[in-house]
Design a protein around this ligand. Structure first.
Ligand code: DOR
Ligand code: ZN
Length: 441
């Protein structure tokens, strides 16, 4: 039967959950209507994907859309623009803005702004604090909310829940999976006096050492087991934690960052100085190897960029005044595609980590799978395209990337959100049509 579609993606190698197969994909009303369409089918828009791979819409589940100068929601347009240029169809945005997103009023303000201004779909974290524990059960099921985010150690911003009794109270409020920044605040504070202002940037990883991360994770996991409350451990950065978490798959899911899979200390601090400083820090080769082993053996559920664009001025301040956090939403897919080309993971595993994984961990509805009936979100990539990542490609006003100068093989060439092409060949198209992602409550 000859059928008409809104959009047809012709001849691409589709990365399905079960195989990579060449198929024509038909889209109607923002959903995948057919995988494999009959000859002679027509469409309003036909995209030729011969020589391209069609991935399920890739998601960056960990961004801080907070450009220098813009402290809160105003960075949604530039941040999501960067996302679609980088081949992403959705991002999940962190709450540590100023003001932070910790109550219904600020959440409503952000929901409304996101729906009018985002270029891709967007999920929102709500920050847990000692003061809003009573409201968390309601906040975590609000529209577009992917999870409650807890900073168990201080990082950028003022969100912090560090003590066991408050952490336990948070876990007993509500039901959905909680996302944690799990360093141990007490050890951080105790170790701070071992270092002085102006110390080399590499001291950052000695201050926030392996045990700071592992201790934080052990404390949270013990409480998660006791309370039965699912936990998502963000940016797991040590071999010790990755080994330990394998025994807690009943309660814990795991994120690693592209930075921890790509950059290694001390080289990064020697080359980038303050521009390599993030929390938790980039560490030595042993941890880099452990992160890749955990990607390969399935320990890792999601990969994020932890996009946190700080101004050049603030990154050039002496340690520890330099801000922590690295630009990343635009470079996540190109850098990960380069890892695919280098043989470090398969394209199917990439789709698992950047699409199915975030959808499964956070319960995103109709996302994460190239299958009939799901949202027509696609990331089209050219696996053979070679290109150098440069600062001048970065659209975040901060204007820099820790991957500048890196030559990658593999590049996103089109981004389609619910059937609408929003990026093709480095151009952002049309108007922002992003929506809040729906999550199972
Ligand atoms: O390096 C970081 N930057 N780590 C965090 O936990 C927060 C982030 C930011 O918001 O700047
Ligand atoms: Zn973060």
């Amino acid at each position: 039967m000859v059928t008409h579609y809104d959009l047809l993606i012709r001849g691409g190698a589709c990365v399905l959950p079960w195989a990579v197969e060449t198929a024509d994909v038909g889209v109607r009303q923002g959903r995948i209507a057919a995988l494999g369409v009959s000859a002679g089918s027509t469409a309003d828009i036909v995209l030729d994907a011969k020589h391209l791979h069609v991935l399920p819409g890739l998601i960056d589940p960990h961004v801080h859309l907070r450009d220098p100068g813009n402290k809160a929601i105003e960075s949604i347009p530039s941040g999501t623009r960067a996302a679609v240029l980088g081949g992403l169809t959705a991002v999940f945005d962190m709450p540590n803005t100023s003001p932070s997103i910790t109550d219904a009023q600020h959440l409503a303000w952000k929901q409304e702004y996101a729906e009018a201004n985002a270029w891709c779909d967007i999920g929102l974290y709500v920050g847990g604090t000692k003061a809003n524990i009573g409201a968390l059960a309601e906040l975590e099921v609000a529209r577009g909310v992917c999870a409650i985010k807890i900073f168990a150690a201080s990082s950028t911003g003022d969100l912090l829940v560090e003590d066991d009794s408050s952490l336990e109270a948070v876990m007993r409020a509500g039901r959905r999976r909680i996302a944690y920044h799990s360093e141990d605040e007490y050890r951080l504070q105790a170790r701070r006096k071992l270092f002085k202002r102006g110390d080399p940037y590499a001291r950052h990883m000695e201050w926030r050492d392996e045990e700071t991360a592992f201790l934080g994770t052990r404390r949270i996991i013990a409480m998660a087991r006791r309370t039965g409350r699912p936990a998502h451990l963000l940016h797991v950065s040590t071999a010790e934690e990755l080994g330990y978490l394998k025994d807690y798959r009943d309660i814990a899911t795991v994120e690693v960052l592209v930075n921890h899979l790509t950059q290694v200390a001390p080289e990064i601090y020697e080359r980038l100085g303050g521009f390599g400083v993030m929390n938790p820090p980039v560490r030595g080769p042993r941890h880099y190897e452990a992160a890749w082993a955990a990607v390969r053996d399935g320990t890792v559920d999601t990969i994020g960029s932890d996009h946190a664009p700080h101004s050049r001025e603030s990154k050039m301040l002496p340690w520890p005044d330099c801000s922590a956090g690295l630009t990343g939403v635009q470079t996540l897919v190109p850098v990960m595609l380069d890892h695919v080309n280098a043989g470090r993971l398969s394209l199917m595993r990439l789709a698992d980590l950047l699409s199915a994984g975030p959808a499964r961990v956070y319960g995103a509805v109709n996302k994460g799978r190239l299958a009939a009936g799901y949202d027509a979100d696609f990331s089209l990539v050219d696996l053979s395209r070679r290109r150098r990542i440069e600062d001048d490609w970065i659209v975040s006003p901060c204007g820099w990337t820790p991957f500048a100068g890196m030559e990658v093989t593999g590049w996103p060439v089109a981004t389609i959100v619910r059937g609408v092409p929003v990026m093709q060949d480095d151009e952002v198209l049309g108007q922002p049509t992003g929506r809040l992602v729906a999550f199972r409550s």
